[in-house]
Write a protein that binds this ligand. Structure first.
Ligand code: AMP
Ligand code: ZN
Length: 145
């Protein structure tokens, strides 16, 4: 279903023009208006899902499979040196448009971009405490999901 007040619903369905790289029945891939690097693109489903939590598994599979195929073509055509896929959920994670999308960010040596924040260092005890919370009631993460 589309959402009337959602800009990405309008872009994905062609009601607002965009620099489209690819389109099929379910998805549109467009160039980001505020590119982090040359060729920064977004994979948009044509139906409205606010975020990853709302995205049905089949759409999820297709979205990432499409991003994988696009990354191959874009790497060839743009001669980039690598790729980041980024997918933000929730304001705290940097999401500003609340319609699921995957950022495809071509990377070039010397592009100066920093994707992702600084990382710390955890000891085994901390890791185990977190693991227990996430996997409670499961056998070493082998339970159903
Ligand atoms: P996020 O912060 O993950 O929600 O990403 C939203 C992205 O959408 C940002 O990278 C914006 O630059 C981009 N964006 C916002 N409006 C438009 C638009 N009309 N056309 C293309 N990209 C857009
Ligand atoms: Zn939408």
């Amino acid at each position: 279903m589309k959402k009337d007040d959602c800009i990405f619903c309008k872009i994905a369905n062609g009601e607002i023009p965009s620099k489209t790289l690819y389109e099929d029945e379910r998805f549109r891939v467009i160039l980001d208006l505020g590119p982090a690097t040359r060729g920064h693109a977004l994979v948009l489903p044509k139906e409205h899902f606010a975020n990853l939590y709302e995205l049905p598994e089949e759409w999820c599979r297709e979205a990432f499979a499409l991003a994988g195929r696009m990354a191959g073509r874009m790497t060839e055509r743009l001669s980039c040196d690598g790729f980041n896929l980024l997918q933000n959920n929730g304001e705290v994670a940097g999401q500003t448009v609340f319609h699921f999308h995957i950022h495809m960010i071509p990377r070039y040596y010397g592009d100066g971009q920093i994707i992702g924040g600084k990382q710390g260092k955890a000891d085994q005890e901390e890791l185990e405490a977190v693991r227990r919370i996430i996997c409670e009631g499961e056998e070493q993460g082998r339970g159903t999901l």
